[in-house]
Design a protein around this ligand. Sequence first.
Ligand code: PEP
Ligand code: MN
Length: 334
Amino acid sequence: MIVILKPDADLQTQNRLIDWIRSQNVEVQLAQGQRQTVLCLLGDTEQIDAEQIAAWRIVDAVKRVSEPFRRSGRRAHPQDTVITVGTARLGGGHFCLIAGPCSVETEEQIVALAKAVKASGAQMLRGGVFKPRTSPYDFQGLQDTGMALLKLARQETGLPIVTEIMGIGQLPLFADVDVIQIGARNMQNVELLRAVGQMKKPVLLKRGLCATLRELLLSAEYLMTSGAEQVILCERGIRTFDDYTRNTLDLAVVPMLHELTHLPVIVDPSHATGAAALVAPMALAAAAGGADGLMIEVHDDPVHAKSDGAQALRPKEFDALARRVFAVREAARG
Ligand code: PEP
Ligand code: MN
């Protein structure tokens, strides 16, 4: 950590600051420039609160040299983490297609879609039963009934299930879920992150609508310090000024996250674009860009879907896309 002092910093306060830092068991080295003094903090600086130092009036800026990604960071764990769920594998060169409807609606719908996406090569089934809708007047999900239907589809196909938890009160219902999804809106719900982490299950953590990568990785840290080891990160688009897409797909985060973390990174082109016509091109781009998997919404009757119909692929469209995704993966292997 580096602390840059203001040009007019008085010696007395400077010495008090240095004493205070040293009292935190961190060594301080001084670099005296012509105008400004820089303090180089050496040792276990991660336990120091940068904001506490910035609060000193004589401090101009505080910069961390290393990020506090103790568990999710590459430095802590140089090899890629490979996550295994049933027969599906993600990370370290393994790729996984996760597909299914935005919301579980009926037994016929979820079982038929599960069979269809499995036949196309999907290795996990997604389906929302607790839906974080923007409006309280929109369909909120089938909740416990939906969970039972999702499990039935798992039983019929053998596909592991991925579904979103919205609050800690729902935890008992998720004991038997293969991958617990934390949605974009809850990425920084610390209480939920801690409680889900304690379940020690695989977690799919979506990037928040306005979250930086640092914030995403710190949320992964909450899960991991609470007990979760298998965390999948998901880029699902962020909010920008674009007016023709639901969100802006930030694809560069895939290689960037691969540099920062050993955790697998997948892309959700459905929520990132909001439009079925844009899903295939972005899915292919993500596969070419090194994503460890894709999560895609599929519906047999998008026009009558209870949520996100505009971005849903029909099973036939998903089947055609899946073939192209696998071909792109082969070609990109190099
Ligand atoms: C979803 O996957 O159904 C969902 C609500 O996604 P997000 O949290 O990315 O909006
Ligand atoms: Mn959706």
